[in-house]
Write a protein that binds this ligand. Structure first.
Ligand code: ADP
Ligand code: MG
Length: 389
C-alpha cells in the first residue's frame, strides 16, 4: 500500500527530498454508544484498516493535497495563508482543519508541504474515516515540523477540535481518542468525563469481529446527531435543577430511576435513559470481558442495540435488519449497530467457523429486505496513528 502511494506521490509531485509515510487507523466501538458526549464510558478499538499518507515538506507556503479515494477531484492546492473552511475544498477541509487547529494552539507550520493519501476504510459509514484523516494529518504535522510536547491525546483533542470548530460536526472525543491511542489486540475503556482510560485485551478464542456496512445513503445523520445531543442536554438541565451533577454519565440506573421524573419532556427522558443505562452496560461489559465471560459481553451488545433502537431511536430499518438477522445466526456472540447510527455499520462477534455462513445469510436477508447489498469486513485490532517509514 505505502509503495503504491509513494509512487503516486512521486508521479504527482516529483522525486527526491525527505518523503515520509504514515498510517492512521479506522475505529469500531464495541459498546458504549452515544455516551461520549454525556460524560460516560465507551469501549472502542483501532483497526488494521485505515488511511495511509505520504508527505514531504516544501520550501514555500503552498500546500498540495491529493487522495486516491477522490482521484477524480485531482490535486487541491492551498496555502498556509488560506486556512479557512471552503465548500469547494471538499474533503481537504478535514486536513486543513487540523493545520488550522495546530495554528490556533500555537503550533505554527513554517512551510507548506505536499501530501497524498489513500484509505481502505469505507467513507461515511461509521468507521470514522474523518477522524482517521484528522489524526493522519496530526502525526504528519508533528513529524514534519518537529513540534514538541504534544502527546497522542493532545492530537486526539486537536482532531476533535478541528471536526467541531472547522467542519461543524459536534462529535465527542471517542473517535479521535481510539484512533490516536489504539493498541494491537486491545480495546480502550475510556471514561469520556475525565479521559481516564485503560487498555483491555481482546481475547476471543475462536471468534472475530465482523463489521457490516449498511451502505445506506446518509442524509440526516449530522442533524439527527446534533438533535440527540440537544435532547440529552435538555434532560441534564432539568435534572440539574434538583441534583448537583455535571453529566448524565454520573448517574447509576437506580439514581436515574429516582430523578427521571424531573425530566419534563418524555422524549428527552427516553434519550437520557439510554445514555445512563448504556454507560452502565459498558462498565459491566468490560468487567465481563476481564472475567473471560464473552457470552455476557455479547448479551450486553445485544441490549445496547435494543436501547439504541427503542429509546434513543437512531437505528432505522437498515441497521435493525442487519442486527436482527445476525441474532438469528449460529455462532453469533453479540451484534449491534455501531457509530452514530441512522446508517453506517453494525459490529458482530462471530465464531470463526461460522463467519462464512454469517456473511452469506445476513447478506441475503439484507439484500432481500432492503433492495441493495451490504458489505462485510472481518477486522483485526491494530495500533494507533503513526509514522511507518
Ligand atoms: P465517517 O467518519 O463515518 O467515515 P464522515 O462523513 O465523518 O464519515 O467522514 C467522511 C469524509 O471524510 C469523506 O467524505 C471525506 O471528506 C473525508 N475522508 C475520509 N477518508 C478520506 C480519504 N481517504 N481521502 C480523502 N478524504 C477522506
Ligand atoms: Mg466522521
Amino acid at each position: 500500500m505505502e509503495k503504491q502511494l509513494l509512487k503516486k506521490f512521486q508521479e504527482l509531485y516529483g522525486e527526491g527530498g525527505d518523503i515520509r509515510s504514515y498510517f492512521s487507523p479506522g475505529r469500531v466501538n464495541l459498546i458504549g454508544e452515544h455516551t461520549d458526549y454525556n460524560g460516560g464510558h465507551v469501549f472502542p478499538c483501532a483497526l488494521t484498516i485505515g488511511t495511509y499518507g505520504v508527505a514531504r515538506k516544501r520550501e514555500d507556503r503552498k500546500i498540495r493535497f491529493y487522495s486516491e479515494n477522490f482521484s477524480r477531484l485531482g490535486v487541491f492546492e492551498t496555502s498556509l495563508d488560506d486556512l479557512v473552511y471552503r465548500e469547494e475544498a471538499n474533503w481537504t477541509n478535514y486536513p486543513k482543519g487540523v493545520i488550522w487547529t495546530f495554528k490556533e494552539k500555537g503550533y505554527v507550520a513554517d512551510t507548506g508541504f505536499d501530501m497524498v493519501m489513500y484509505g481502505n476504510i469505507p467513507n461515511g459509514s461509521g468507521l470514522s474515516s474523518s477522524a482517521s484523516v484528522e489524526l493522519l494529518m496530526g502525526v504528519i504535522l508533528v513529524d514534519l515540523f518537529g513540534f514538541e510536547g504534544l502527546s497522542m491525546i493532545d492530537l486526539a483533542l486537536y482532531g476533535q477540535y478541528a471536526e467541531n470548530k472547522f467542519n461543524g460536526m459536534n462529535c465527542g472525543i471517542m473517535d479521535q481518542f481510539a484512533i490516536a491511542m489504539g493498541k494491537e489486540n486491545h480495546a480502550i475503556f475510556l471514561d469520556t468525563g475525565n479521559l481516564h482510560y485503560e487498555y483491555a485485551p481482546i481475547q476471543m478464542d475462536g471468534a472475530k469481529i465482523v463489521i457490516a456496512a449498511s451502505n445506506k445513503k446518509r442524509k440526516l445523520t449530522d442533524s439527527k446527531y446534533n438533535e440527540r445531543r440537544a435532547e440529552c442536554e435538555e434532560a441534564l438541565a432539568d435534572i440539574q435543577k434538583h441534583e448537583n451533577i455535571q453529566a448524565l454519565g454520573e448517574l447509576t440506573e437506580e439514581k436515574f430511576e429516582e430523578v427521571k421524573a424531573f425530566i419534563a419532556n418524555p422524549i428527552c427522558r427516553k434519550r437520557a435513559k439510554h445514555a445512563v443505562y448504556e454507560n452502565q452496560r459498558t462498565i459491566q461489559a468490560v468487567k465481563a470481558l476481564k472475567e473471560n465471560d464473552l457470552e455476557t459481553f455479547g448479551k450486553l451488545m445485544n441490549q445496547s442495540h435494543i436501547s439504541l433502537r427503542d429509546d434513543y431511536e437512531v437505528t432505522g430499518k437498515e441497521l435493525d435488519t442487519l442486527v436482527e438477522a445476525a441474532w438469528k445466526q449460529d455462532g453469533v456472540i453479540g451484534s449491534r449497530m455501531t457509530g452514530a447510527g441512522f446508517g453506517g455499520c453494525t459490529v458482530s462477534i462471530v465464531k470463526e467457523d461460522k463467519i462464512d455462513s454469517f456473511i452469506q445469510n445476513v447478506g441475503e436477508i439484507y439484500e432481500k429486505e432492503i433492495g441493495y447489498a451490504a458489505d462485510f469486513y472481518v477486522v483485526e485490532i491494530g495500533d494507533g496513528s503513526r509514522r511507518i517509514q
